[in-house]
Design a protein around this ligand. Sequence first.
Ligand SMILES: *Cc1c(COP(=O)(O)O)cnc(C)c1O
Length: 381
Amino acid sequence: MEKLPEFLSYGRQAIDEEDIQTVIETLRSPFLTQGPKIKEFEQAIADYVGAKYAVAYSNGTAALHGACYAAGIKEGDEVITTPITFAASANCVRYVGGTIVFADIDAETYNLNPLEIEKKITPKTKAIIPVDFTGQPAEMDKIMEIAKKHNLVVIEDGAHSLGAEYKGKKVGTFADMTMFSFHPVKPITTAEGGIIVTNYEDFYKKLLLFRSHGIEKTPYSIEQGDWYYEMTDLGFNYRMTDLQAALGLSQLRKLDIFLGRRRKIAQLYNEAFKKIPEITIPKQVEDTNSGWHLYMIQLDEKIDRKEIFNKLRDRNIGVHVHYIPVYWHPYYQNLGYKQGLCPVAEQWYQNALTLPIHPSLTDEQIDYIINTLIALTKESR
Ligand SMILES: *Cc1c(COP(=O)(O)O)cnc(C)c1O
């Protein structure tokens, strides 16, 4: 039997000696949490994307929770998002008691379709959570126009899109607040971690408050003495540690190299698959430069996705499927969301397949993936 290569996961972190050293140095420093590395990391991310403020959180989901709090979403409010995303993009609205409304995707970009968003707007709509799915920015110009018309807050879920560009500018300042995740498969990692960037001081202050128990120094507390503080609202402990922030700073220095490699891999895949009739390559919208967090193809309907998925896994190719439409999950079904709600998304999901893409994959490994997939699609003809 032929010898299989090592398992090639769809995504994974790229950690080097510099990353390791920087975490060790922080371990030896006086602050393990709430120290100087957090502020440094927040400033570095804000500078990188060109935003005024950044607030680091313990993970991206907590950061989305903070953004929903800052946006003032509460029971009775409706928030629109896409069904083709990780559950956290919708769950964050449930955490603050809001109602999530799913709008359908565009069949070509796989992102929220602005026309579908408009159809779902009611007097109760309070916010939109567009997702830059796979790293390709959502249609932010159109989405912001809709938001302005209906006085809505926009929270961009940029978990996939740190470093991606929309109309020549990095993602991070198009929406009112933008979230980035630093989970190990994301563009850079802090193991667990997330951040919200914003240009608005009001949101910034609320994000700080919510992250740390709702505790602040008020004029009253300052008058009382240096030990005094006030808990003015119910917050959480959603803080990132200085160890994580130090790792994030070190990773951020390599982000553009990581993005370059991801873009190169996407180009290799695109070139190889564009002549294969059973494979539709992901369309790139003009004026966007994807971060290529995920590389997703559509398989011809005649191909049995499960069979090809299993055959690729048998050959140690870590294919995956992103994502099961969020409202198909039993939690959302139990809330009354019905299958068939977003037909384009559901149809898209049936034929979707995620191929491995991350900075450490070599050209030889990409060739192996390409050749194996092409051979399997030919077999199934
Ligand atoms: C990863 C991810 C999140 C959540 O981020 P965590 O840091 O894992 O909590 C939210 N939305 C999307 C689209 C994601 O991929």
